[in-house]
Design a protein around this ligand. Structure first.
Ligand code: ZN
Length: 708
């Protein structure tokens, strides 16, 4: 058996971090006596075992959840044609694009004392990895990415639904499919069910863009698809990317004490993302389209799981595709990475409509995540359950809000009805009832609970010192925090220990204690987003935010899909207004190849643009083709270089562009969330990204496109 020290020393960078913590513990008096030993086998040298309180929470869940209902396991494995043998899929760039080996530990034991049994169950289900028959003529490759890819037999080839996040897993899926079922027939059409990146990003692996542009291959998507694929994630994109480290636990190794999957799927692939614009849009509430000889009924469902989404019914096969509107989980109303709050009532109504339009006769139902449902009775059960889940969340939360329950209380008051709690597909593996309930209040009433204390409060760092003073100083808080921790009163413990961390970002004992508290709360969560968020914060409190080069890996396709107006709007966000106090100018921007023109004005330290106008007396007129401007948007070629080689023409004061450039800030996705976590230590070796195989987890995060 290795000693604690041997274990520590086997992880050099981690050992340094531990030494730091240990030294502090030796000095800091009250916290030391009850210091819990780090756990052997934990990925982090300061990691702790689940407490008896945590074990009790997990035991109770095990005893009360409907484990006797094993239908998901039957459905998950039904129709397996061929398991995928390679556990790793390599990216063209040389790193690992997809790694299922990381999740094999989930199948080695019945229980883990640091994983909620319901979450473990979902993650074991998501370990399906291979080619499946849904019904003759419909096949899915599952477990190659966050989402599933579906192949439907058309007259001349295969109609592909939702080609994953990146090209390499799609290529591997297509290969496996062709080996067993595909008969060498080509891709004849593609359907993007909605705007999130895990439903289109791998498209370039299976279709040539020229065949789409010449209409040889139909690519069908809901109307305004291109606008919404990008716009949802640009303006707050850097903040969202940072928050993904919490929601998706990107720094946590896959392990019983770390990352155990994402509920929707095991993770997000890290290959090459691309986007081919659709050539056929669905815009009516119901549209019937014959796709490669197969009659399909598209139900347009805007503002549900995504801003633009559609379900599809195939009458001849009695097969109902519910996109991501119905999956084997409660979905997000509020998304922890940050997104406009979704409309659960609208969502519920579209499910209800699908039930009555298609669900009364459908014999199989399948979707872009998880596994299909067979038989009309089962389909109706799932559709009704999901319909009611979203409607109840909307109605009962507002019912309570109308009686004065606030956004600060609702998650402790609202409960999913017992009958729905007993249905596995209504449990919270993506959305949790708690954070969704707060989201509903946010949607209708906003952030304020109406107590003026919380209306314009001090920033946490400014109010915390007073609390620390009145609580009698750091030692007292640490002692009481440790007591609360030892009594299993973790949320109470966060109240006071967080105040100390806010007041004293360099207080290592406080950060270590808060990490220990967060870790127990994390272990207790059924919802992977909540688990990951607590464990990610614990990780950063213990190790700091890893430093390293970040690379902007924006896909050229994604940039191309961004409108010039969106790009200019984003420049207004990138501009530090404080640097522009004394500037004032007007620019006319003309992009002849697409016939667009803009007035861009900097005035009142604010950068605005208006499309379709030119100013009569601009300080500068800039003429550049949109196709050339994309080089600048991608950061490949500066505007200066475009002007120097004559690609861009300028008339007037070109110096203005330098002024403008001097106000721009490049956002860094490594900003601090928990106080005192910036670059605490250099961590390598045991850091494992949730999305890629290379050492620097910040490198390959697709900017401005988020899988969900
Ligand atoms: Zn998805």
């Amino acid at each position: 058996m290795t000693t604690r020290r041997q274990f520590m020393m086997s992880v050099p960078a981690a050992a340094a971090a531990f030494a730091l913590a240990e030294n502090f513990v030796l000095d800091a008096s009250p916290a030391r006596a009850q210091q819990i030993d780090p756990l052997q086998g934990h990925f982090h040298p300061s990691g702790k075992a689940p407490s008896k309180f945590t074990l009790e929470v997990l035991k109770t869940a095990k005893a009360t959840l409907p484990f006797a209902d094993k239908r998901d396991f039957e459905e998950q494995k039904k129709g397996l044609i061929a398991p995928m043998k390679d556990l790793k899929i390599m990216a063209d760039a040389g790193h690992i694009a997809w790694d299922m080996e990381r999740f094999q530990f989930l199948d080695t034991r019945e229980d883990f004392d640091s994983i909620h049994p319901s979450l473990l169950r979902q993650s074991v289900l998501n370990n399906n990895y291979g080619l499946y028959e849904v019904i003759p003529g419909i096949y899915q490759v599952r477990g190659f990415d966050l989402s599933d890819i579906t192949f439907i037999r058309g007259k001349t080839g295969w109609i592909v639904f939702d080609p994953l996040v990146t090209a390499e897993p799609v290529r591997a899926a297509w290969k496996l499919f062709q080996e067993h079922v595909g008969q060498g027939l080509p891709v004849s059409a593609i359907v993007y069910s909605h705007t999130h990146a895990d439903h289109w990003g791998g498209v370039r692996a299976i279709v040539d863009e020229a065949d789409v542009r010449s209409d040889k291959v139909a690519v069908i998507a809901p109307i305004d698809f291109m606008d919404f694929t990008i716009s949802e994630n640009v303006y707050a994109g850097n903040a969202m990317n940072r928050r993904l480290f919490y929601q998706y636990g990107l720094l946590l190794p896959a392990s019983p004490h770390g990352y155990v999957g994402q509920g929707l799927g095991q993770g997000v692939s890290a290959g090459a993302m691309g986007l081919i614009a659709p050539n056929r849009y669905v815009k009516e509430a119901i549209e019937e389209i014959e796709v490669d000889g197969v009659p399909m009924v598209f139900q347009y469902t805007p503002n549900t799981e995504a801003p633009r989404e559609m379900n599809t019914y195939i009458p001849d096969m009695k097969a109902l595709w519910m996109a991501e509107n119905v999956i084997a989980s409660l979905h997000n109303i509020y998304t922890l990475r940050g997104a406009p709050v979704r409309d659960p009532l609208n969502w519920s109504k579209y499910i209800g409509e699908a039930l009555y339009r298609f669900g009364l006769e459908a014999e199989v139902m399948f979707a872009s995540h998880h596994w299909p449902r067979w038989g009309n009775e089962r389909i109706q059960e799932v559709l009704r359950g999901q319909r009611d889940l979203y409607a109840n969340m909307n109605n009962q939360v507002l019912h309570l809000a109308n009686q004065g329950v606030t956004i600060s209380q609702i998650h402790n008051v609202y409960e999913v009805p017992k009958g729905l709690q007993d249905k596995w597909f209504c449990r919270g593996y993506h959305g949790s009832p708690q954070h969704n309930a707060r989201g509903v209040v946010q949607r209708y009433l906003g952030f304020w609970d109406c107590n003026p204390t919380t209306l314009i409060p001090l920033s946490p760092a400014d109010s915390a010192p007073l609390y620390v003073e009145l609580m009698g100083g750091p030692e007292k808080i640490l002692a009481r925090g440790r007591e609360l921790h030892d009594e299993g009163k973790y949320l109470l413990a966060t109240e006071i220990v967080n105040k100390l961390v806010q007041a004293e970002p360099d207080n290592e004992a406080a950060k270590d204690l808060l990490a220990d508290i967060f870790e127990q709360i994390g272990y207790q969560q059924e919802n992977p987003g909540l688990r990951n968020s607590f464990l990610a914060a614990a990780y950063e409190l213990r190790s700091g935010i890893p430093q390293g080069e970040t690379a902007d890996s924006s896909s050229p396709d994604v940039i191309r899909a961004m409108s010039t107006e969106l790009f200019l709007n984003f420049l207004g966000i990138r501009m530090d207004s404080r640097k522009a106090e004394d500037m004032r100018f007007t620019i006319n921007l003309i992009t002849p190849d697409n016939g667009e023109k803009f007035i861009i004005e900097l005035e009142n330290a604010t950068l605005t643009n208006i499309k379709g106008f030119v100013a009569p007396k601009p300080d500068l007129t800039l003429t550049i083709n949109r196709s050339d401007l994309e080089q600048t948007m991608m950061g490949v070629k500066t505007l200066e270089a475009q002007i120097a080689d004559g690609t861009a023409k300028v008339e007037g004061d070109a110096g203005i562009l330098k002024q403008l450039a001097s106000t721009m800030v490049d956002f860094d996705p490594r900003f601090e969330i928990m106080p005192g976590t910036k670059a605490k230590t250099e961590v390598t070796g045991y850091v494992e990204s949730g999305i890629k195989g290379k050492a620097d987890p910040y490198e390959a995060i697709p900017r401005q496109t988020i899988a969900e």
